[in-house]
Each structure stands twice: as structure tokens, then as C-alpha cells.
Design a protein around this ligand. Structure first.
Ligand SMILES: Nc1ncnc2c1ncn2[C@@H]1O[C@H](COP(=O)(O)OP(=O)(O)OP(=O)(O)O)[C@@H](O)[C@H]1O
Ligand SMILES: O=C(O)[C@H](O)COP(=O)(O)O
Length: 477
């Protein structure tokens, strides 16, 4: 790729043969490590409110190539609103509180609730009346098991006082509760998806939601790829409509850091199928210096190169695509690495028999379920040269302990590099689960709260929930 800093001595591993991979030698970068964006701006990741606020002001730049060409993703932030703008104002806040619940309605991962708190607290501290809304799951009509009720205790605990819960998201009862909300109070609306008009982005419905408030803050990054009434529709009726701190931080990393990365810039893409990652790979090939591929998709690449893959996951109709992507990497000067060895299993099960073999020697009847130790070694060497890394998708079937080793090794490597100042961005979905399983989530530069939304951003698409927000006022940088 056109980068002066790209590692020129890095061999292009289009061949999946063990000989090719193990013979690769990566020249270690001797240049100084850069500090993550937050540290460079003079605050710590432990101070997300301040971090996002300052980042919004300082780092909000024209970034991203969207569906309709180059667009500005720099949006007005809630941090641009002062106490004078907020005191006594009714603020409709759309968050993504779509958290997993167990059979007893206990929250099993509160990450998304915690991530929404900085914006809510900022509004409270500035005397606003917070009308908080979210979806939970994909209900078809009013469905008690998708009520937001179970979130109230944790939300109240994190906010520091009891949150009032409405039984609906629109209507006279909600209006009464809004009217009795004190300055600095928080009212949680019921699941916005209990109305089918929400997902249809029905303008009349959006108008009803908007009529509850004076202004709009969208902090629902995980749902920003949906043009729904509470994410996009309400912006037509509420001014200003601004980005919350979480949304801004996600954009700063997934668009800002990816568009203007400190180089060398590496992407690690895994997951099950190449078909679900085509857009991401194609988009990243335009930006990265190094691309490491793992997960189930590698077998389609191997087969495209004429290797036998046993009974590994292969998308027969994507063989040509795999060949095209390899050629594109070569054309762009991207160092693309496929794993040189794999952990194979005699069945798709946690207790399968397993062994490590070169990628070129997968026997019939066996399937590859993880990357092998040599691959981890060469991936680590490649990552050692980088200053920015983005990771999306696990290296193997990490749900089975036996085949989680490669994914966990990559998670540990990123944690190690992050502590040395490399910007590490985890792009949502299963890779986040893997990072959390290893217990290194807190050291990464950024962990996205969005699965589909982060994928769409990485594909270079615009998110309707972001596009609809007010543009940031340009500031001299
Ligand atoms: N070699 C393999 N064979 C089969 N499945 C695999 C293999 N390697 C990884 N997977 C599976 O890929 C799945 C994750 O793939 P997916 O494409 O959904 O990744 P993701 O992008 O991290 O997740 P999400 O779609 O939630 O954002 C995991 O369930 C994992 O078990
Ligand atoms: O979990 C997610 O990815 C978001 O909350 C969006 O949910 P959805 O895919 O049901 O719109």
C-alpha cells in the first residue's frame, strides 16, 4: 500500500505452505511506539467522559468513505452542550442497552449499560431531565421477556440514584412521568421495539417519541446502523440532535484511527465465513500494511490455492473471490499472512481428537478448528512491527477450550502491545468475547460495543443513526 512506513522487508505470503510461512522474517520496527489516542490527548482511558469530550473536539475530522463518497462523520457532541443549554431541558437519549439476560432475567454482561453512563451522568450533572430509551432483543410486539425492567437496578446503581421506569415508550402515562421528572432525574422508557413502527422508522411514531423532549442525544452506537424511529426518525423533530460520548468514541477509533492510523497498521480478520467479511477485507485492504487472516475463512483461501482442506469449513462459491482478494493484496502491497499451521479435529466437538499439522497437510476427514503454534509465532512477529492494530473475528472455534488457544494467544499479544503503546482496537462481536474471556479487555485502546455497526463502519459504510445528527462546528486544529 502507498505508505512510506510500510515494512518493505515483509514477505508477501500468498502461499499457505508451511515452508513459505515459516521462512518469513519480519523486520522489527525500531521506531518509537505511539501512545493511544486518549493518552496522546492527555487523559487516560479511565476517564471516558473527558476523553470522549476532548476527542470529539480535537479529533473530530473529516473521515470515512461512505456509500456516497467521502463524507464528514464529524458530529456535534453532547460535550458541546453546556449547562446553559441543558439545565431544565428534556433530553431524549437513545442508548443501546441491548444486554444479554439469562433465563432468570439476570444481566450476564453489563458492558453496554456501563458504556452508556458517561453521557447520562454528564446530562444529569448539567441539570437535564434524561428520557432514556433503548431496544432489547427483537420482539414482535409487546413481549414481557424483552422488557427493560430487569435493567433498572443495575442502571440505578451505576447512576447513583433510582431510575424511574415507564411501562410504555409513548402516550399519556409516559407524558405524565416526563412532566414530573426533576432536573437531573432519569426516566427509562419501555423497549422501543414493542411498537412495530420503531423498526419501520414511521415518521408519525418518531414524532410521538420526539414530542417527549426538547433535544436528542444518540449514544446507541450498537444500533447506529439501523434507521429506526428512535435512532434516525427523531432527529427530524429534535434540534439539536447530537452524538453521545460513547458514539463519538466509537467513531474516533473505528473511523478516525482506522482512516489516519499510526503505521505500520495491521488488521486481523477471523470469524467463520469469508462471505460475511468480504466488505471488511476489501475495505481494509485499502488501508492496512499487514493483513492477518484466521478462523474458518482460511480454508476457502487454502482450497483456492489448490490445497486439500479435509472437512474444514469451505465456501465453494467463494473460491474465486478468495483468489481475487489475494491478488488485490499483492497489487496494493499489503503483506497478507495466512496461518502456516492449523489445529485439526476429527469432529466438530469440544472433546474431539486433535493435532497440529501444516496447513498444506490436512488429512481427509479432519477439519481445521484453530490456527497452530507456528502461525501464532509468525503472527506475533508481524504484530511486533505495528503501531495500530484492528481485530475482528476469532482465530478458531474459541467456544471449545481445545480450539481457543490461537484466539487467546492473539488476545494476549494485543494486550501486551497495547501496554507498550500500540493502538489496539477490537471491532465488536466474538473477538470482544474472546478478549473478555482472557481478561485483557481493560488494557485495549478501544473495544467496540457494536457488532453489526462496527462491521459496517469498517466496511466504510455510513451509519444512518450517525448521518442524521447535526454536524460539528469546525474548530481550528
Ligand atoms: N475454523 C473454524 N471452523 C468453523 N468455525 C469457526 C472456525 N474458526 C472460527 N469459527 C467460528 O466463527 C464464529 C465467529 O464468526 P463471526 O463471523 O460471527 O465473527 P465475529 O465477526 O467476531 O462475530 P459477530 O458476527 O458476532 O460480529 C465463532 O462462533 C467461531 O466458533
Ligand atoms: O446487538 C446489536 O448488535 C445491536 O443491539 C443491534 O441489534 P439488532 O441487530 O437487533 O438491530
Amino acid at each position: 500500500m502507498a505508505s512510506a512506513a510500510a515494512p518493505t522487508t515483509f514477505s508477501l505470503l500468498h502461499s499457505a505452505t508451511p515452508a513459505a510461512s515459516s521462512s518469513s522474517r519480519v523486520q522489527l520496527s525500531s521506531s518509537l511506539r505511539v501512545r493511544p489516542l486518549t493518552r496522546r490527548l492527555g487523559f487516560t482511558a479511565a476517564d471516558p467522559l473527558l476523553a470522549a469530550n476532548v476527542a470529539a473536539r480535537v479529533a473530530a475530522v473529516k473521515v470515512g468513505r461512505g456509500r456516497r463518497g467521502v463524507v464528514s462523520m464529524a458530529k456535534k457532541s453532547v460535550g458541546d452542550l453546556s449547562a446553559a443549554d441543558l439545565k431544565g431541558k428534556k433530553v431524549f437519549v437513545r442508548a443501546d442497552l441491548n444486554v444479554p439476560l439469562d433465563d432468570n432475567q439476570n444481566i450476564t454482561d453489563d458492558t453496554r449499560i456501563r458504556a452508556a453512563i458517561p453521557t447520562i451522568k454528564y446530562l444529569i450533572q448539567n441539570g437535564a431531565k434524561v428520557i432514556l430509551s433503548s431496544h432489547l432483543g427483537r420482539p414482535k410486539g409487546v413481549t414481557p421477556k424483552y422488557s427493560l425492567g430487569p435493567l433498572v437496578p443495575r442502571l440505578s446503581e451505576l447512576i447513583g440514584f433510582p431510575v424511574v421506569k415507564a411501562e410504555d415508550s409513548i402516550g399519556p402515562e409516559v407524558e405524565k412521568l416526563v412532566a414530573s421528572l426533576p432536573d437531573g432525574g432519569v426516566l427509562l422508557l419501555e423497549n422501543v421495539r414493542f411498537y412495530k413502527e420503531e423498526e419501520k422508522n414511521d415518521p408519525e411514531h418518531a414524532k410521538k417519541l420526539a414530542s417527549l423532549a426538547d433535544l436528542f442525544v444518540n449514544d446507541a452506537f450498537g444500533t447506529a446502523h439501523r434507521a429506526h424511529a428512535s435512532t434516525e426518525g427523531v432527529t427530524k423533530f429534535l434540534k439539536p440532535s447530537v452524538a453521545g460520548f460513547l458514539l463519538q468514541k466509537e467513531l474516533d477509533y473505528l473511523v478516525g484511527a482506522v482512516s489516519s492510523p499510526k503505521r505500520p497498521f495491521a488488521a486481523i480478520v477471523g470469524g467463520s465465513k469469508v462471505s460475511s467479511k468480504i466488505g471488511v477485507i476489501e475495505s481494509l485492504l485499502e488501508k492496512v500494511d499487514i493483513l492477518l487472516l484466521g478462523g474458518g475463512m482460511i480454508f476457502t483461501f487454502y482450497k483456492a490455492q489448490g490445497l486439500s482442506v479435509g472437512s474444514s469449513l469451505v465456501e465453494e462459491d467463494k473460491l474465486d473471490l478468495a483468489t481475487t482478494l489475494l491478488a488485490k493484496a499483492k497489487e496494493k502491497g499489503v503483506s497478507l499472512l495466512l496461518p502456516s499451521d492449523v489445529v485439526i479435529a476429527d469432529k466438530f466437538a469440544p472433546d474431539a481428537n486433535s493435532k497440529v499439522v501444516p496447513a498444506s497437510a490436512i488429512p481427509d476427514g479432519w477439519m481445521g478448528l484453530d490456527i497452530g503454534p507456528d502461525s501464532v509465532k509468525s503472527f506475533n512477529e508481524a504484530l511486533d512491527t505495528t503501531k495500530t492494530i484492528i481485530w475482528n473475528g476469532p482465530m478458531g472455534v474459541f467456544e471449545f477450550d481445545k480450539f481457543a488457544v490461537g484466539t487467546e494467544a492473539i488476545a494476549k499479544k494485543l494486550a501486551d502491545l497495547s501496554e507498550k503503546g500500540v493502538t489496539t482496537i477490537i471491532g465488536g462481536g466474538d473477538s470482544v468475547a474472546a478478549v473478555e474471556k482472557v481478561g485483557v479487555a481493560n488494557v485495549m485502546s478501544h473495544i467496540s460495543t457494536g457488532g453489526g455497526a462496527s462491521l459496517e463502519l469498517l466496511e466504510g459504510k455510513e451509519l444512518p443513526g450517525v448521518v442524521a445528527l447535526d454536524e460539528a462546528t469546525p474548530v481550528p486544529v
